[in-house]
Design a protein around this ligand. Sequence first.
Ligand code: NAP
Length: 554
Amino acid sequence: MTRICVPIMASTAGQMAREIDDAQAAGAQMIELRLDYLQDRNEEGIRALMEYAACFPGQIIVTCRLASEGGQYNGSEDARMELMTAAIGPATDFIDVEYEAWRHSPLVSEQIGLQCAGGCESRNPQLRLILSKHDFQHTPADLDAIFDKLLHSHADVVKLACKAESITDSLRMLEALRNARRSPLNKGGLRGVIALSMGETGILTRVLARKFGALLTFAALDTGKESAPGQPTIKDLRELYRWDALNPATRVYGVVGCPVAHSMSPAIHNAAFAAVGHDGVYLPMRVEPSFEAFEAFLDGCLARPWLDLRGLSVTIPHKENLLRYAEARGGEIDPLARRIGVANTLHIEPGQREDGSDAKLYAFNTDYRGALDALCQGMGCQPTDLAGMPVAVLGAGGVSRAIVAGLTDCGCRVTIYNRTAEKAVALAAEFGAKALPWEQRVRPGTQVIINCTSIGMWPHTADTPLGETGTSPAATTGGAGILPASGQLTVFDTVYNPIESRLLREAREQGHQTIDGVAMFVGQAAAQFERWTGQTAPTDLMRDIVVRRLTATR
Ligand code: NAP
């Protein structure tokens, strides 16, 4: 079973002891004692620390990395070996040294080799040697060849950690992990393999380490305590990424975009998978903003069907790229997504071939479905009831486009108002809607107003597209842009941060019905979830998570 290993990197033995306790409380199954971080490196202190560490119920790795190996140690090699030797006691399960040092320094290979061969009476008879290779600059081309070299050594465990320059490097690392575990050099899989990518896109390798049977994955005790870039916290690994539920059959999903680090989608989809018992994990997947990068990533995923990638949420700037990719690969495209010109969801049905070339792709757009669901739920009606309804749409950007397509598809009478008039005219012409100047918003007789502009979004929460005293330069006064004071309107704001925008607050205060942007956000995610899992989405839970996250970031 793949273990969670927490690196302990404190500068004093006392602080290390406290962090060992914290790691245990957080659910670590392994700790890595980074002796190179200790300021006071006397042997007696180290022995006392190791005695304390013996209380840790999991396994213990000891290492002391040189500054040239990405560590903090800059003393003599003799002193380093003495330090590591002092740390080898009954509780030490693994000793980790860099492969190059092992190869080129007889001192290292003799001293450490002696310990592993039983040089110290009180040592753990199970003491095992980890030989590591790190590359903090990039991911070399031939990872299998590197693992072959490591596997030709005396190591009981081989470890490779490289900086991922793009997400395809992480895909290659996962493949290398898989190959090294199955390699004939790996004595029937008896030797442990660790393969990790550093950097934001490395999260794939860190979470999926368990799916692909790595010996361990590293997780930080807390944010700011990472021993390598891109390392998740143990809390995120266990609670956000469902570590304890991961297994070789777990299906993989994710959100592709740039940036994606602050996306709420992993939180809501993973919690929803857990709630319905779906064996899946959902990860952030940062892909650089070009079609070529998007294509390379998806080609890389599809060529590795063992990855079990089954679905993607696709966000800015790749929504058009998804449509183009699906078209080029002969995928099935939802007609409305084609009309809108963008897709935000990919569903992958695996084929039989080992090269993944017969996988079936389905691209669709759940933004309009999310918006329509939010609208119908808020109004207590069916999409068919929307036919003939006069709706004002503010804005003519990407969200507006999906919503106008959905509304006109339902037969609504849509009028678009946009600051840049030409965009409103073009959008209206495309979908059979009407366009009026921004200054004329909103005409009498309108039943529903939908804000698809970014006005009022955090941090500009004092702004509103329909206020008497709007601070936004675009929110004009003098008769235009004022929320009607009487009558029963439905006001829907696609802005979801804040949850109740100024527009919605004022609409509520004037007795209008309001629908917030969270409803749409949850609606589009729920539609993705249902498509991927075939199960009803736990929308209350999903909404709860979004609201909690938005409230927590305030
Ligand atoms: P977009 O393509 O950049 O479009 C932005 C729209 O806002 C344009 O029509 C723009 O008018 C208008 N606008 C911006 N600042 C304005 C101002 N000061 N005065 C008047 N009009 C202004 O963005 P998008 O992707 O459509 O997103 C729009 C909003 O939707 C986002 O801000 C976000 O809050 C919300 N959203 C919600 C969800 C959800 O699930 N609830 C999902 C995604 C986005 P011009 O054409 O004149 O520039």
